[in-house]
Design a protein around this ligand. Structure first.
Ligand SMILES: [Zn+2]
Length: 184
């Protein structure tokens, strides 16, 4: 009946978009697993990754893609800042709010890594591009500038140095010092 079809179409945007694992970055796969029904104590046995893939799709549908992309970017940025030992208390709070169960998140990261390395699914170009764009949630040591300045000796301005922020500027693009500073 036409009326029924119209109603079904009107409701369509509310239905989560189905997504394939191939279209998700490694970090998006981890976040989707975190949000899925995967038991935290799950252990992968053998080379059949179909159950993990089903959970990834389930978690992605549960979160919706926008939220999945956003959370995964923040998780990746936080991981990069952790590796450089540059997180702030604000960022640690934000990460703990987003992923309250740290053990489950670590499990999800490990399982996503298995799927990415061994399931042989590949990754779409768009997913790879997103996977290379970290996000930062919470006050950052670089104040959003992409560069963190510090001094070896707090009292000696000649010992100042700058390093790129792994979260805001992972590829060290641009200059730590604006051009007008160099001219002056
Ligand atoms: Zn930063």
């Amino acid at each position: 009946m036409p009326a029924t079809l119209t109603a079904a179409h009107a409701a369509a945007p509310l239905v989560p978009v189905s997504v394939s694992v191939r279209d998700l970055s490694n970090c998006e796969r981890a976040v989707a697993l975190y949000a899925s029904d995967m038991p935290t104590g799950y252990r992968q046995r053998g080379r059949d990754y179909s159950q993990l893939c089903a959970w990834i799709v389930q978690g992605a549908a549960r979160l919706r893609l926008g939220e999945l992309y956003r959370s995964a970017a923040y998780a990746y940025g936080y991981r990069l800042l952790c590796l450089a030992d540059l997180t702030t208390a604000d960022q640690q709070r934000a990460h703990a709010l987003r992923f309250p169960d740290g053990g489950r998140f670590e499990k999800a990261e490990r399982m996503a890594g298995l799927v990415t390395c061994f399931a042989g699914l590949g990754m779409s170009g768009a997913a790879m591009e997103r996977g290379d764009r970290p996000g930062v949630e919470g006050n950052c040591r670089c104040y959003g500038s992409g560069w963190i300045r510090d001094r070896d000796d707090a009292d000696d301005p000649t010992t100042e140095y700058a390093m790129n922020c792994p979260g805001h500027n992972p590829h060290a693009l641009g200059s730590a010092y604006p051009a007008k500073w160099v001219i002056a």
